[in-house]
Design a protein around this ligand. Structure first.
Ligand SMILES: [Zn+2]
Ligand SMILES: [Zn+2]
Ligand SMILES: [Zn+2]
Length: 505
């Protein structure tokens, strides 16, 4: 316990000293001057005080003090302490080895930055900047703080590993040392201001984006107006103190990108433009896609402000909460299924019926051959009250399935199920069907059947197959090598395909 001294506990007057300038109790006095004992803090303050001496009128360091409290020069005060830098001759505190802080710092920085190996004006300027700050001691401390991280950074710059640029600094870990040096460089205009830089990056991005859209004037023109008059003008005018430029530029990019996607969709899906769209299009667009689509709000409002459109808006609340299948995705899935000849016909046919008619997977698995009707006029499937036609291009694939189903050499042969399962007398299980579909990249489990029924109403199976552009010949090719020619069923003229089944054994 003998050495235990709590922090901040004042030493007794007997063991310590009292500074005659500030009255603080200190363990050690720094110097004795004519006006008394001077503590370290007062010494530093005194040797950093410059001005016109009230006694001799010279402009120089004023370390001494009159009884009146006025600061006076060394000569007038009778101070004999050496306060002249042995290197530069400046009147200053001798910081290290008789040299002033500026000389010490210049030497240290020169060793780190090597501005003459080879000569580099920017590095020389950096040293000048770092040594001419208000308190060069703070740079001296900074070099030694953070476990020498700042010295390491300057050493890498000196070794010409890291260049003096925002881009080079961006590749470094975002540490205090890096950001502090970046701030010093930016403040001294050795690097462009961060905001100007973000703005330049944004403008370059915008140029590229607009260039991509040049082929579609219906999209290019509104996007250009929105980007330049809404976003760019705002980014330029807003004060850098009041906003995070990085964030502002990023959200501007997102809004412009989303606006572009929306106009592309309007044109492709409805042949509409920014000027001819209606609320119904906005609602449809928002209801069927991801939530990022809401980011078209500012764009729509901008169009309204410039009177391109009237009376439309993006609702604040969107009902959509569950994953939804879009018409695009539906078409894509259908294409995948038609072209995936490596997948069994039964899976492809089951999924196609689901995507064409929106029949729930569970009900789909329960379909029997009695629900299928093959006539010379076409093939129908009894899904609801009325037989649903299998669109003509899909017939070859459908018939190929019936054919392979008929010949399956499993225990479940001779069954009446349209999609027989592995177990005798049982249909395919809905769960395994869903798993199979997911296995080929079609996640229809997450999609509510109401969605797909809505899509079916919008584009019925027959128009959809026409839109997909598959001819009967192509579909035959996509069906399977074992395809039974459509004509053979037509010639047969048997009204019920199911009646052709061999008797159940
Ligand atoms: Zn003091
Ligand atoms: Zn003087
Ligand atoms: Zn000096």
């Amino acid at each position: 316990m003998t050495d235990f001294k709590p922090r901040g506990r004042p030493r007794s007057a007997r063991t310590g000293y009292t500074c005659d300038r500030c009255g603080r109790e200190v363990g050690k006095i720094r110097v004795r001057w004519p006006d008394g004992r001077i503590c370290g803090i007062c010494f530093t303050e005194a040797s950093h005080t410059y001005g016109e001496c009230p006694l001799c009128g010279e402009h120089r360091m004023l370390p001494g003090r009159l009884d009146t409290g006025k600061d006076i020069c060394r000569e007038c005060a009778g101070i004999t302490t050496n306060l002249t830098c042995a290197n530069c001759g400046r009147e200053a505190e001798r910081f290290r080895g008789g040299h002033c802080i500026v000389c010490v710092l210049t030497a240290d920085l020169t060793a780190l930055l090597k501005p003459n190996e080879p000569p580099d004006l920017r590095l020389k300027r950096l040293i000048a900047v770092l040594t001419s700050v208000g308190r060069p001691e703070s740079i001296y401390t900074w070099l030694r703080s953070n476990g020498g991280a700042s010295s390491d950074l300057l050493r890498r710059i000196g070794n010409r590993e890291v260049s003096l640029s925002h881009e080079a600094f961006d590749t470094l870990p975002k540490t205090h040392s890096v950001e502090h040096l970046r701030a010093i460089l930016t403040h001294n205009r050795m690097l462009p201001a961060q905001d100007d830089r973000q703005l330049a990056i944004f403008e370059q991005w915008l140029d590229e984006r607009l260039h991509e859209l040049e082929g579609s004037p219906e999209i290019h023109s509104p996007i250009e107006r929105f980007a330049k008059w809404h976003h760019l003008r705002r980014l330029k005018s807003e004060s850098s103190e009041t906003k995070n430029m990085n964030y502002a530029a990023r959200s501007a990019k997102q809004e412009i990108t989303e606006a572009g996607k929306f106009l592309r969709w309007l044109l492709d899906e409805h042949g509409r433009t920014a000027a001819t769209m209606g609320q119904v299009h906005i609602d449809e667009y928002l209801s069927e896609g991801p939530s990022t689509r809401k980011q078209i709000r500012n764009f729509v409002r901008y169009l309204r402000k410039e009177r391109t459109v009237k009376g439309v808006d993006v609702p604040v609340r969107l009902a959509q909460t569950t994953p939804m299948l879009t018409q695009d995705e539906r078409l894509k899935h259908i294409k995948t299924l038609i072209e995936a000849v490596n997948i069994s016909e039964s899976i492809r046919v089951a999924a196609l019926i689901f995507l064409l008619y929106g029949v729930p997977i569970g009900r789909l698995c329960m379909l029997t051959l009695d629900d299928v009707e093959v006539k010379p006029t076409g093939v129908t499937l009894k899904l609801g009250r009325y037989p649903a036609p299998i669109p003509e291009p899909f017939i070859p694939l459908f018939l190929a399935h019936l054919e392979s189903r008929e010949h399956q050499g499993t225990v479940n042969s001779g069954t009446n199920w349209l999609f027989p399962g592995q177990r005798a007398g049982k249909p395919r299980s809905p769960n395994t069907l869903v798993l199979k579909l997911r296995g080929i990249g079609i996640d229809i489990q997450g999609v509510r059947n109401t969605t797909i029924r809505g899509l079916v109403e919008e584009i019925d199976p027959t128009s959809l197959s026409r839109m997909l552009g598959y001819s009967k010949q192509i579909m035959s090719k996509h069906a399977t090598a074992a395809t039974v020619p459509w004509s053979s069923y037509v010639i047969d003229k048997n009204p019920r395909f199911a009646n052709e089944r061999p008797p159940v054994t």
